[in-house]
Design a protein around this ligand. Structure first.
Ligand code: C2E
Ligand code: MG
Ligand code: MG
Ligand code: MG
Length: 292
């Protein structure tokens, strides 16, 4: 019986592995054709100033809708794109699209909006990354100082020439650097200063708990104080509730982004969201609710 059991377990194990492998291969195969089949698009999530309540910029986020598999989340396909190297052509397309659409939005709305774009580790191994960025900027007409590159802390810490040299050249172009998901990695102060980081984005996990959990609140307060001390702008991401918003206002966070303000939307919808804000600025007021 034990032997039989063992075999059954093995069968179950290998079947689930097989299923996983098959799913992965299906997705990988589909991803190879996603660009050519025009299944990718960019969405834009507004970022607002907590001092004026106005929209200050947008984060560009990749979206993939496959005709049969449906919409697939970036947290599923970005890692796959990284492993297969497909992130290189996809990332190039994303850059060009976000720069062009972002520039069009700035012009259409006649507002001084920044455009943030995520870069993942594999993209830094791309030899011509800086040229790709330069090309996207010149073709779109987006001014370099309106472009924010979002990288995670750990990418600054790898201390590889790839990353450090490329970041330096981006800075020389005039492009701004944001540290994404801040608080979850291992960044040292010296890196923040050396690379003249312009913005820190407080990771969603802290923001979510900041209104209710004293430790998370302390982390958020500390990141805000540190950023202000270093003259770095601080953005809270993943703001989902009124309570979180009020906490951030009270703690003088500079900017906020999250579904409470607006979900990521297409280029066309972005105009409507911003016009709604312009007509009815949320006029943030810092009202004390609790001790946090
Ligand atoms: P990220 O850069 O940290 O982006 C923020 C993520 O939080 C986005 O997920 C966004 O849709 C989501 N989000 C925003 N507000 C809220 C909220 O209030 N609640 C919750 N629960 N989530 C919120 P998304 O679009 O699924 O992207 C996931 C990650 O994929 C991004 O994390 C980024 O690391 C990566 N990614 C997305 N687009 C690109 C791209 O064009 N290039 C590269 N290299 N990576 C990308
Ligand atoms: Mg990001
Ligand atoms: Mg993030
Ligand atoms: Mg991230």
């Amino acid at each position: 019986a034990a032997k039989e059991n063992g075999r059954n377990q093995f069968q179950i194990f290998s079947e689930s592995m097989l299923k996983e492998t098959a799913e992965r291969l299906t997705m990988e195969h589909a991803l190879r054709h996603a660009l050519g089949n025009k299944e990718l698009s960019m969405h834009y999530q507004p970022q607002i100033s907590l001092t004026t309540g106005r929209v200050t910029g947008m984060e560009a986020l990749l979206r993939w809708t496959h005709p049969r598999l449906g919409s697939i989340s970036p947290s599923q396909f970005i890692p796959l794109a990284e492993e297969t190297g497909l992130i290189v052509p996809i990332g190039e397309w994303a850059f060009m699209t976000a720069c062009c659409e972002g520039k069009a939005l700035r012009d259409e709305l006649d507002m001084d909006l920044t455009v943030s774009i995520n870069l993942s580790p594999r993209q830094f191994q791309q030899k011509n990354l800086v040229h790709v960025i330069e090309h996207s900027l010149s073709k779109s007409g987006l001014s370099p100082d309106k472009l924010q590159i979002e990288i995670t802390e750990n990418m600054l810490m790898v201390n590889s020439e790839h990353v450090l040299d490329k970041l330096q050249r981006m800075r020389e172009l005039g492009v701004r650097i944001s540290i994404d998901d801040f608080g979850t990695g291992f960044c040292s102060f010296s890196y923040l200063l050396e690379y003249q980081v312009d913005r820190l984005k407080i990771d969603q996990s802290f923001v979510k708990k900041a209104g209710t959990d004293a430790n998370a609140a302390a982390v958020v307060r500390t990141i805000i104080a540190m950023s202000h001390g270093l003259n770095i702008k601080v953005v809270a991401e993943g703001v989902e509730t009124d309570e979180q918003m009020r906490f951030l206002l009270r703690r003088k966070c500079d900017e906020a982004q999250g579904n409470f303000i607006a979900k990521p939307v297409s280029q066309a919808e972005f105009c409507e969201v911003v016009r709604r804000y312009a007509n009815n600025p949320s006029a943030p007021e810092s009202e004390p609710v609790s001790g946090l």
